[in-house]
Design a protein around this ligand. Structure first.
Ligand SMILES: [Zn+2]
Ligand SMILES: [Zn+2]
Ligand SMILES: [Zn+2]
Length: 392
């Protein structure tokens, strides 16, 4: 068994031919650039790429397979240049007749099943080429569609106020999925504004793995959250086993931002344009109940939880980590210097020695990186779409 760094939620911006795949993403976020960046700079060994049902992306994948740079693994998943593992999948939006829409991550055992899923989904989407996430299906219908092709469905950023199951559709997943389907959901994604302790207060999630992924819309954001996953090798099959905690495969550690750094941690008043501190749940603005607010993940969870405190038994630790780009004094140039010296961001974050760090970036920044690694930085909470900030 080996431990792998894995980030299972990275978007594609453009095809290699420059066709737009997803709006509001960086233009250099192509399938191949993701594979390179993850391998050479990030040190994240397994990447879930979630816009692969666009025929433009499938074409890019086919070209890389033909050129021999990409190889499909026997247990599912793609190997780039003999090293980087890509798990191709999709993030798809479902809609409830009662209102509310939510995103799910969907992964498939083979490239063939992914392609067939893409063909079948083209009937349920306005534009499968770009904007490949919005479907007309309900959550249950989407689950069936994914299951038909042997895939797994994982609720994405499960508590965020926009486009998530617990944030905008339901208090319990059993309101949306029948019991059998619910049982087959192996994991949920926490999202940047939540951590395992917060999510474990919903008892229906016992037995489901928690994933901490980046939801990267640009290359630098890859790996800002990730998981350390123990597997025999990196493949779709092994990954599913790990999510189900089977045969010694498991998630060893969640590494993510302090949830206070997330964009939707606390409730935000759109009229007053400020974060509403105060004992959660804060569900309305103290100035006027008529002010429109964006309910924070912390506040929402406080409202729907059915346990008094966290229940971490049998769960891996959640380690707070501040992404390097959030650290005051670490701009793009410093980041380049760090990566060049230590080999990858993962090495800077996990194993770089203090003295060596100080030699490369100076004592002040070196100390901040060390504090970030140990979760000792002071953080002001985010909300309403604004990230939290590291306070020095
Ligand atoms: Zn999403
Ligand atoms: Zn996403
Ligand atoms: Zn207000």
């Amino acid at each position: 068994m080996k431990d792998f760094f894995a980030d299972l939620h990275v978007h594609i911006g453009r095809s290699s031919q420059g066709k737009e795949i997803k709006r509001a993403t960086a233009a250099n976020l192509t399938f191949e650039n993701i594979a390179r960046e993850s391998y050479y700079r990030k040190g994240v060994e397994v990447i879930g790429v979630v816009d692969c049902i666009s025929p433009h992306v499938l074409e890019d994948i086919d070209k890389l397979l033909e050129s021999g740079q990409l190889r499909e693994k026997p247990g599912g998943g793609l190997e780039y240049r003999g090293s980087q593992i890509i798990i191709p999948g999709a993030e798809i939006e479902s809609h409830q007749p009662s209102g509310g829409s939510a995103h799910s991550l969907c992964f498939f055992p083979t490239l063939d099943t992914l392609k067939r899923f893409s063909t079948s989904m083209s009937k349920h989407m306005r534009n499968i080429y770009s904007n490949s996430s919005v479907s007309r299906l309900t959550a249950q219908e989407l689950f069936r569609a994914v299951e038909d092709y042997g895939g797994v469905l994982i609720p994405a950023h499960a508590f965020t106020p926009h486009k998530s199951f617990y944030g905008s559709c339901c208090k319990s997943l059993l309101e949306l999925f029948d019991e059998k389907s619910f049982e087959k959901i192996p994991a949920i994604e926490l999202g940047l504004s939540a951590d395992s302790e917060m999510a474990s207060q919903l008892s229906e999630l016992d037995g489901k793995a928690f994933l901490s992924n980046s939801d990267a819309h640009s290359l630098p954001k890859i790996g800002r959250e990730y998981n350390i996953i123990r597997m025999e090798e990196a493949s779709f099959e092994e990954l599913v086993m790990a999510l189900k905690n089977e045969n010694g495969r498991r998630i060893e550690l969640n590494c993510g931002m302090n949830p206070k750094l997330g964009k939707y941690h606390r409730t935000y008043c759109n009229r007053c344009e400020k974060i509403l501190e105060g004992e959660p749940p804060v569900l309305q603005c103290p100035v006027s109940s008529r002010h429109p607010v964006v309910v924070g993940v912390r506040d929402r969870l406080e409202l729907i939880k059915d346990r008094k405190g966290p229940h971490m038994e049998g769960r891996p630790r959640y380690r707070y980590q501040v992404p390097l780009e959030f650290i005051p004094g670490v701009g793009p140039k410093t980041l380049d210097r760090l990566i060049e010296h230590f080999g990858s961001e993962m090495k800077v974050l996990h194993s770089a020695g203090f003295e060596e760090l100080c030699r490369v970036v100076g004592v002040k920044t070196g100390e901040l990186i060390l504090k970030a690694r140990e979760g000792l930085l002071e953080i002001g909470a985010g909300g309403g779409g604004r990230y939290g900030v590291v306070e020095v």
